[in-house]
Design a protein around this ligand. Structure first.
Ligand SMILES: C[S@@+](CC[C@H](N)C(=O)[O-])C[C@H]1O[C@@H](n2cnc3c(N)ncnc32)[C@H](O)[C@@H]1O
Length: 274
């Protein structure tokens, strides 16, 4: 608890990211990782292997862009730093220990950036105007030769939705859920707009279960976002073994490595059907 509090006080991050809870969440992920290290290991190894495998699609190795780099648990940083001239780690939160690791590499930089643009737009939002312009950051940089979004997609709407619910009590819940889906689709379109080989690691499903195997809750992100047919590799992530969320309750995700290029057409299809 004391370590968490000290990290909260000493981490340098955008004030709005702190206010909306991004720093708190990042520290909570670190604590959960420490408790669930063994259960998370296969997922982290699969994630790093899938990203290393995806480098085969690159013909040049100038700049690598990593969205949602976070604690760098699922990012094969030593390999990326060795292969690319520059590696840019994009996240709202880079904890002090991440910055310490990054200092070992002359060619790796941490960039604090909101990849949805929500923090910039939130002041002008109202229940009748929740519009977010499509992100364009980095799209015009010709040196970018590889892009990845790591275990970030399903997280994107969570804290913005919390903020909108508090800011506009009574706001229509159906509309909010739809807005959250659009935010994720916008991220997929953004990734698909890069000229370089672009990949994502993303949650396809989330299942919450009782220890006796009974399923309590199930979310199918893949069906919602039109991702079902495009996984290059898939695996199970025991994100919360029984007892982690509540006594006798566990949660796992089905995670996939996907190419962002093929997402785009399917997104459009999906949007037309909504
Ligand atoms: C589940 S974590 C991803 C795991 C991370 N790759 C790691 O190894 O720790 C999601 C990450 O996305 C970041 N994130 C969430 N929303 C973001 C946004 N709008 N812009 C930039 N980063 C965001 C969070 O700060 C967090 O580090």
């Amino acid at each position: 608890m004391l370590t968490e509090w000290l990290t909260y006080l000493t981490t340098d991050c955008p004030p709005l990211a702190r206010k909306l809870g991004y720093l708190r969440e990042s520290i909570a992920i670190r604590s959960r990782y420490r408790r669930c290290k063994i259960a998370w290991q296969p997922h982290l190894e699969n994630s790093r292997s899938a990203l290393i495998e995806s480098l085969h699609a690159c013909s040049d190795f100038r700049t690598a862009l990593v969205f949602g780099s976070g604690l760098l648990l699922d990012v094969p940083l030593p390999e990326l730093a060795k292969r690319f001239e520059s590696v840019w780690l994009i996240d709202l939160i880079h904890l002090p220990e991440v910055r310490r690791v990054v200092r070992r590499y002359a060619n790796v930089r941490c960039l604090s950036c909101d990849i949805t643009g929500f923090l910039e737009q939130m002041k002008t939002m109202s229940p009748t105007n929740l519009n977010l312009p499509p992100p364009t950051n980095f799209l015009d940089d010709p040196t970018i030769d590889w892009v990845v979004s790591v275990n970030l997609l399903s997280q994107l709407p969570l804290l913005p939705l919390d903020w909108l619910r508090k800011r506009f009590p009574g706001i229509d819940e159906v509309m909010l859920k739809e807005w959250g889906t659009q935010l994720m689709l916008q991220h997929l379109d953004y990734l698909a707009a890069f000229a370089a080989p672009t990949y994502l690691l993303a949650d396809m499903e989330q299942t919450t279960y009782r220890q006796n195997g009974e399923v309590i809750e199930h979310f199918d992100f893949a069906a919602k976002l039109g991702l079902e047919h495009q996984a290059l590799a898939q695996w199970r992530w025991d994100i919360a073994p029984p007892g982690e969320i509540m006594p006798g309750i566990g949660r796992f995700h089905r995670v996939a490595a996907l190419t962002a290029k093929r997402c785009n057409n399917l997104n459009k299809l999906n949007q037309n059907q909504m």
